[in-house]
Write a protein that binds this ligand. Structure first.
Ligand code: CO
Length: 429
């Protein structure tokens, strides 16, 4: 397998995934190309051994799998979990404002972006349009690439102390999107969205709109050691999970990837990690309630999300010894308060998968004076009783509009994921 091709494929995936729904639709298309069949939660499922399937719930979460040669209850599932959403801004209802010669759009903050990084970027808009077909409401995705708006910073001459005191932001007052001086506003934006989606404006009865940075994802650094892009947290893990399942071969157990929405806002939505999505898919694959419980107990999840690489210009942010570097291999995340699921035995599980793949692992543990974030891992593991480990590729600038990761870590992570999915080792209880 040529690593450069995998990274090139990742870059194109990032460029075509401005929102969680686009991230899901990109993966669904790739799965279709590789013989996966879409199942609808409303239908009766009849799956055979070694069947390739996927389910999309509410456009922005996807579970895909390949059923095993044995029953789910007998052999369990090997799962890779990740999230499809990224921090940013959502256009408010009745968003248009007119002030000081400009038309602006009010936005809501989604998740925890580093707000300052969104200033002075040439931003565009992507989202969904809702239209009616007879009595049925449907969604269609749209994506603009033209830089239709901007969040601009004030000149330094008007904020002389900015580099000393830091760039202070009022998230309500300072973030409305600057759209035009001509008077064009929301209606013109909606018209562009409809045109790009091939819908007539009069047929559209609802929408969601998000900001995104259309600057293409690239490799960079003098030797292309880095990947520069928006939404690396967590589309880089979604892509790695998809690549891994495509590289696997027949196994007794079911191989699965579960990519949820809403992680950045707490996961408690109809298609977040704290929803019924994974549970109900596994129960239906298992056939009976008894087999379902056997399956949960026989299953193993790798929860994959961006990890904090050590930053040479901010060396004091990490533990003094445990300092994961970019391109140093997959990072196993450890937290005594169980904000990550890694345990004695699940850490051993993942590092044995890594040695089988010939890949080095690193560890992240936070300083006691800088608490860490969390992931979908503890939520799905506590809900279902599926054993789990938390891992990720090291990155810098997490939640910036433009993050960076290591280019060789991507292939390394995929190779370890493949060992996990192939069932190289198992946990006894
Ligand atoms: Co994340």
């Amino acid at each position: 397998m040529n690593t450069d091709n995998t990274v090139a494929d990742l870059l194109s995936y990032l460029d075509n995934s401005p929102t969680a729904s686009w991230a899901v639709s990109g993966i669904a298309s790739k799965l279709e190309e590789n013989g996966f069949r879409r199942l609808n939660e409303k239908d009766i499922w009849n799956l055979n051994k070694n069947d390739k399937f996927y389910i999309v719930r509410s456009s922005s979460a996807i579970i895909a799998g390949i059923s095993g040669s044995q029953s789910c209850g007998e052999a369990g599932c090997r799962i890779i979990g990740a999230h499809t959403d990224s921090p940013g801004f959502r256009v408010k209802p009745e968003a248009q404002r007119s002030k000081d010669g400009m038309i602006t759009l009010g936005v809501e903050v989604y998740g925890s972006p580093i707000l300052a990084t969104w200033f002075d970027r040439d931003l565009s808009i992507a989202g969904t349009l809702v239209f009616r077909e007879e009595n049925l409401l449907k969604r269609r995705l749209f994506m603009l690439r033209k830089p239709v708006c901007r969040i601009a910073s004030p000149a330094i001459h008007l904020e002389r102390n900015v580099n000393k005191v830091g760039f202070k932001i009022n998230p309500e007052e300072n973030t409305p999107l600057l759209l035009s001086t001509s008077g064009s506003g929301f209606q013109e934006l909606l018209a562009l969205a409809c045109e790009s989606a091939g819908l007539r404006e009069e047929d559209v009865s609802g929408w969601s709109m998000e900001t995104w940075d259309p600057q293409p994802a690239v490799t960079g650094g003098i030797d292309d050691d880095f990947i520069f892009s928006g939404r690396l947290d967590n589309l880089i893990m979604c892509h790695a999970a998809m690549e891994a399942i495509l590289r696997t071969e027949e196994t007794p157990h079911t191989r699965m990837i579960s990519l949820f929405n809403s992680e950045e806002v707490g996961s408690k939505t109809l298609n977040g990690a704290n929803s019924s999505f994974l549970d109900s898919v596994i129960e239906r694959l298992s056939g009976s309630r008894e087999e379902y419980f056997r399956c949960l107990s026989n299953s193993m999840q790798v929860s994959a999300d961006g990890a904090h690489g050590v930053h040479p210009n901010y060396p004091g942010k990490h533990d003094s010894v445990c300092r994961p570097v970019l391109n140093g291999g997959p990072v196993i995340k450890v937290n005594a308060s169980n904000r990550y699921t890694s345990s004695d035995i699940s850490k051993a599980y993942f590092s044995l998968c890594a040695s089988a793949a010939g890949v080095n692992v690193q560890y992240f543990v936070s300083r006691n004076d800088i608490p860490c974030g969390s992931t979908i891992g503890p939520i799905t593991s506590a809900r279902t009783g599926i054993k789990s480990v938390d891992v990720g590729s090291a990155m810098l600038s997490m939640h910036s509009v433009r993050e960076m990761a290591g280019s060789s870590d991507h292939e390394d992570m995929i190779r370890v994921f493949v060992e996990h999915m192939m069932g190289t080792v198992s946990i006894s209880d």
